[in-house]
Design a protein around this ligand. Structure first.
Ligand SMILES: NC(=O)c1ccc[n+]([C@@H]2O[C@H](COP(=O)([O-])OP(=O)(O)OC[C@H]3O[C@@H](n4cnc5c(N)ncnc54)[C@H](O)[C@@H]3O)[C@@H](O)[C@H]2O)c1
Length: 369
C-alpha cells in the first residue's frame, strides 16, 4: 500500500541529479521537512530514504501536536561525488524549482548535508523554505532549539524515574558533542547534571574539561552506570548487543533513528529501560522553525511549544502504561489518534466518479505506517 500522498522525482535540468520529493501527509496541515544532500549507492536508495524520512516527519509533527505534515527532499548523489560551489548552486536551484512547483503544500529546511546558507539559495527562488540565516529573516541554526527540546524530554524522564523533574545530581552519559550535543551538554551542566561524555572527535575533550564532565571512549560509554543515556550522534546506536550491555535506566536523546531495528524497542522494554522515541525527543528544532516561520508566531510561543515536549513525553509514558505497550508503540498510537481526529476538518476527500466519501471516512485505516 502506498502511504504517501505524492512522490515527485525529477532529473534536475541544471545538475542532472535526481531530485526526490516525498510528501507523506498533509492531514494535519501543510507538510515540512528537510533537504538531504547525500551520497547513495543508487538513486533508488535515496528514494527509500525519502519515503522513510517523510513518514517519520509526519510522526514528529503529530506527536508534537503541530499543524503540519511530513515531507522530505533527497538529492541522491552518486558515490564519490564532490560538489563545487557552482554545481551545488545548480542542485539547489533544481530543488527550489521542485519545491516551488508544489505551490506551498510543502516547505523545505536543512537536513544532513545542507545548512541555513543553502536555504538562502533556495529562498532566491521560492518562499516555501525555512531555517534561512537569521540576517535573511529565517530562524537559522536549529540545533540550540533541538537541545532545548531534548532537555524538556529529559525532565519528563527524570520525573518518571524519580518522581521529580529536577535534574541536579542525576548521572547522564551523552554520546556526541556536535551541534546539538554541545548545546545540550552546556544546558545539562548548568542544571547540575553529573555528566559523562564522548565523541569520536577527541578534540571535543576540551569541552568535557571546560564543563567538568568525565570522558569515556565511544565503546565504553554505552555501558556507563548512569541514570540516562543520551544518544546525540548518528543513528543505529541501539543494537541488540548494545541493549544487553546497557546499565542505564532510560535512553532519551536527539539522534535520529536510534533503534538498529524496530524490535530493539521491545528488548529495551523487557529490560525495564525507558526509551523515548527519537522523533519526540529531537523535535525542538523543527517546532521552533515551524512556529516562528510557518505559523508566524513569536519566539516566546516557540519556546513554550519546545518546552511542551516535557508534557508530550509524560503523555507518551502514561499512554504506554494505560495500553500496556512500549513507548514506541504508544508514540505511534498518539500520532495516529491526532491525525484521525483532524482528518474530517482538514482533509477533504476527493472522489473520482462515485459518491463522496462519508464524514466517517476518517475512521478508516491510519494514513501511515
Ligand atoms: N541539528 C538539529 O537541529 C537536529 C534536529 C533533529 C535531530 N538531529 C539529530 O541529532 C544528531 C546530532 O545532530 P548534529 O546536528 O549535532 O550533528 P553533528 O554532525 O553536528 O554532530 C554529531 C557529532 O557526533 C559525533 N559522532 C559521530 N559518530 C560518533 C560515534 N560513533 N560516537 C561518538 N560520537 C560520534 C561527531 O564527531 C559529531 O561531533 C543527528 O542524529 C541528527 O540527525 C539534529
Amino acid at each position: 500500500m502506498l502511504d504517501h500522498e505524492q512522490i515527485l522525482i525529477r532529473r534536475g535540468p541544471r545538475s542532472g541529479l535526481p531530485v526526490i520529493l516525498a510528501l507523506h501527509s498533509t492531514a494535519l496541515g501543510p507538510a515540512a521537512g528537510g533537504l538531504r544532500l547525500w551520497r547513495y549507492p543508487d538513486w533508488r536508495d535515496g528514494l527509500a530514504d525519502a519515503l522513510r524520512l517523510s513518514a517519520a516527519m509526519t510522526l514528529k509533527f503529530a506527536a508534537a501536536g503541530l499543524a503540519g505534515g511530513g515531507g522530505k527532499t533527497v538529492v541522491a548523489l552518486p558515490q564519490g561525488t564532490r560538489l563545487d560551489p557552482a554545481r551545488r548552486r545548480d542542485v539547489l536551484y533544481d530543488v527550489a524549482d521542485v519545491i516551488d512547483s508544489m505551490g506551498g503544500v510543502y516547505a523545505v529546511g536543512p537536513d544532513v548535508g545542507t545548512a541555513p546558507a543553502d536555504m538562502a539559495v533556495i529562498g532566491e527562488v521560492t518562499p516555501h523554505v525555512f531555517c534561512k540565516p537569521e540576517d535573511l529573516g529565517g530562524s537559522g541554526d536549529s540545533s540550540p532549539h533541538t537541545a532545548r527540546g531534548t532537555l524538556a524530554a529529559l525532565r519528563a524522564v527524570g520525573r518518571r524515574l524519580y518522581g521529580d523533574g529536577d535534574l541536579e545530581g542525576r548521572r547522564m552519559a551523552l554520546i556526541g558533542l556536535g551541534h546539538v550535543g554541545e548545546h545540550l551538554a552546556r544546558l545539562l551542566a548548568a542544571e547540575g547534571v553529573e555528566l559523562t561524555v564522548t565523541d569520536i572527535d577527541t578534540a571535543k575533550r576540551e569541552l568535557a574539561e571546560e564543563l567538568g564532565a568525565a570522558w569515556r571512549s565511544p565503546e565504553e560509554i554505552v555501558s556507563a552506570d548512569v541514570d540516562i543515556l543520551i544518544p546525540a550522534a548518528l543513528g543505529g546506536v541501539l543494537t541488540t548487543r548494545a541493549v544487553r550491555d546497557l546499565r542505564c535506566r532510560a535512553v532519551a536523546g536527539p539522534a535520529n533513528n536510534q533503534l538498529d531495528t524496530p524490535e530493539v524497542s521491545e528488548l529495551l522494554h523487557q529490560r525495564g529501560i525507558v526509551w523515548i522515541p527519537d522523533y519526540i525527543a529531537s523535535a525542538g528544532g523543527v517546532i521552533n522553525a515551524m512556529t516562528t516561520e510557518l505559523h508566524g508566531l513569536g519566539v516566546d510561543q516557540a519556546l513554550a511549544r519546545v518546552n511542551a515536549i516535557e508534557g508530550t513525553v509524560a503523555d507518551l509514558l502514561k499512554t504506554a502504561d494505560d495500553l500496556g505497550v512500549t513507548p514506541a508503540q504508544a508514540g505511534l498510537e498518539m500520532a495516529r489518534r491526532r491525525i484521525r481526529a483532524a482528518m474530517p476538518e482538514t482533509l477533504p476527500r476527493p472522489h473520482r466518479g462515485g459518491a463522496p466519501s462519508p464524514a466517517g471516512a476518517a475512521d478508516g485505516p491510519a494514513p501511515f505506517i
